[in-house]
Ligand binder design. Structure first.
Ligand code: CO8
Length: 373
C-alpha cells in the first residue's frame, strides 16, 4: 500500500485581534445597558438581570487571553456585537475561499508543490459560508488545480477526519496529493452576547498537504503511521443554523441558531474519550506512549488539554510535549490542533513521533500518529 505523508502546512492568521480586556469591556457595557433598559421588568421579576463577564474568569477557566477575528470593530460595538463584513458579489472570491487560498499558498510553498501536483481539495470545517457550490471547488478554481474538491464538516474534528480522507485517496491512487483546508470563521456563529461562550472562539485557517511518500520532498515531511476516528452522538455542543430555518417564523437570529454548549458536560465527557482514543491509536500503530514525543491537541480549553495529557502520560506534560496556542488564538475549532502542529513541529528530529488529536461537537474525535522524516 502507498504511504501517505504530510509534506507541508500553512496558516492564515487574521490581522485583527481582541484581548480579553477589550472583549469584557464591551460585554459589560452591553450588560449595563440591558439591565438599565429592563430595570422595571427586572424589579418585577419578569426579566432576569444579566451578569457581567470577567477577564480573571476567562483566563482561569480557559487559558484564553486573546483571539484573532476577521473584523473586530463590529464585535466591540455594544450596540451591535457582530462583525461588519460586507457581502461579496457572486463573481468575487468569497471570504472563506480567500483565507483558504492564503493558507494553501503557504502549505504548497513549504511542500514545494504547485497547483499541477495536486488532484484533490478538501475544505473541512465547522461551518460553510454557503450551501453550494462547494467551497472546495471555488478554492480549486482560485488556485488553478485540475482535479476535484468537496466540503465536509465534523466540527472541531474536521481537520483530522479530512487528513484521513486524504490518506485514503492517496492509498487508493485516487489522488497524488491532497490539499486539506480548515477555514474557521467562528466569529460568524458565536453569540457575542452570551456570557458563557463569548470568550471561547477565534478565527483562523489552516492548510495541510497530504501526498504520496514517493513524491514528497522538502524539510517538513511527516509520515502518517496510523489514524483512528470516532463519533458518538451528543446534543451538548449544538448549532441549529440551517436551510430549514426559513420555516421558523421566529427567524434565524435566535440564539439556538448560533453556537451553544453545556461546557461542563463537554469537559467531563470528552476528556476521557480523547485520552482513550490517543492511547488506542498509539497501540494500534504498534507503539507505546513513552515513544511519542509530542501531542498537538485540539485547542479548546487549557484545563482540558492538561487533563487529557495527564490521562495519557500518567503525569503532567512538559509545555513542549503538548504545545498550547490557545492564549493567542483561543479555540479556532478544527484549525486548533493544526496551528499547534504548524507552529511547534519544526524543532523535532527525524524519527521522532507525535500525535495530532482533535475533539469536539458530534461528539467527534480524530487521532493521527505521525513520524518526522
Ligand atoms: N465571566 C465570569 N463568570 C462566568 C463567565 C464569564 N464570562 N461565564 C460563566 N461564569 C460563571 C458561571 O456563571 C458560574 O458561576 P456559578 O459557579 O456561580 O454558577 C462559574 O463562572 C463557573 O461556570 P462554568 O461551570 O460554566 O465554568 P467552567 O469552569 O466549566 O468553564 C468552559 C467553562 C470554559 C466553557 C469549560 O466548561 C470548557 O471549556 N468546556 C469544554 C468546552 C469545549 O471544549 N467545547 C468544545 C466546543 S468546540 C467545537 O466542537 C466546535 C464547535 C463549532 C465551532 C463554533 C464556533 C462559534
Amino acid at each position: 500500500m502507498k504511504k501517505a505523508v504530510i509534506s507541508g502546512t500553512g496558516l492564515y492568521t487574521p490581522a485583527q485581534s481582541i484581548t480579553n480586556e477589550e472583549l469584557v469591556a464591551c460585554f459589560n457595557t452591553y450588560v449595563e445597558q440591558f439591565n438599565a433598559e429592563h430595570a422595571a421588568a427586572i424589579a418585577a421579576g419578569t426579566v432576569t438581570a444579566l451578569e457581567p463577564s470577567s477577564v480573571a474568569f476567562i483566563e482561569k477557566a480557559s487559558g484564553i487571553k486573546a483571539r484573532y477575528v476577521m473584523e473586530k470593530a463590529g464585535i466591540l460595538d455594544p450596540q451591535r456585537m457582530v462583525s461588519h463584513i460586507a457581502e461579496r458579489g457572486d463573481d468575487d472570491l468569497s471570504l472563506q475561499a480567500e483565507i483558504c487560498v492564503a493558507a494553501a499558498q503557504q502549505a504548497m510553498d513549504r511542500a514545494g508543490k504547485s497547483a499541477a501536483d495536486i488532484d484533490m481539495v478538501l475544505v473541512a470545517c465547522s461551518n460553510m459560508q454557503r450551501a453550494y457550490p462547494a467551497m472546495a471547488v471555488e478554492v480549486q478554481e482560485a488556485l488553478g488545480i485540475d482535479g476535484y474538491g468537496f466540503d465536509m464538516n465534523v466540527a472541531c474534528s474536521s481537520a483530522t477526519f479530512g487528513i484521513q480522507q486524504a490518506v485514503a485517496a492517496i492509498q487508493s491512487g485516487q489522488a497524488r496529493a491532497v490539499l486539506v483546508l480548515n477555514p474557521e470563521i467562528t466569529s460568524g456563529h458565536l453569540n457575542w452576547r452570551d456570557r458563557d461562550s463569548h470568550f471561547i472562539f477565534g478565527d483562523a485557517c489552516t492548510a495541510i498537504i497530504v501526498e504520496d511518500a514517493e513524491t514528497a520532498r522538502g524539510a517538513h515531511r511527516w509520515e502518517i503511521l496510523d489514524s483512528k476516528l470516532k463519533t458518538s452522538f451528543s446534543n451538548n455542543i449544538r448549532n441549529n443554523f440551517g436551510f430549514l430555518n426559513r420555516f421558523d417564523e421566529q427567524g434565524v437570529g435566535q440564539a439556538d441558531k448560533l453556537f451553544r454548549q453545556q461546557g461542563r458536560k463537554v469537559f467531563k465527557d470528552v476528556c476521557p474519550m480523547a485520552a482513550e482514543m490517543i492511547k488506542d491509536t498509539i497501540a494500534h500503530a504498534g507503539l507505546e506512549v513513552p515513544q511519542v514525543s509530542r501531542y498537538w491537541l485540539h485547542q479548546a480549553n487549557l484545563n482540558m488539554n492538561q487533563l487529557i495529557s495527564r490521562m495519557v502520560l500518567g503525569r503532567d506534560a512538559e509545555p513542549r510535549e503538548a504545545p498550547v496556542i490557545l492564549d493567542e488564538y483561543a479555540n479556532t475549532s478544527s484549525a486548533g490542533s493544526i496551528i499547534a502542529f504548524h507552529k511547534h513541529s519544526d524543532d523535532m528530529a527525524p524519527g521522532q513521533l507525535g500525535v495530532i488529536c482533535s475533539f469536539g461537537a458530534g461528539y467527534s474525535i480524530g487521532c493521527v500518529v505521525v513520524k518526522r522524516l
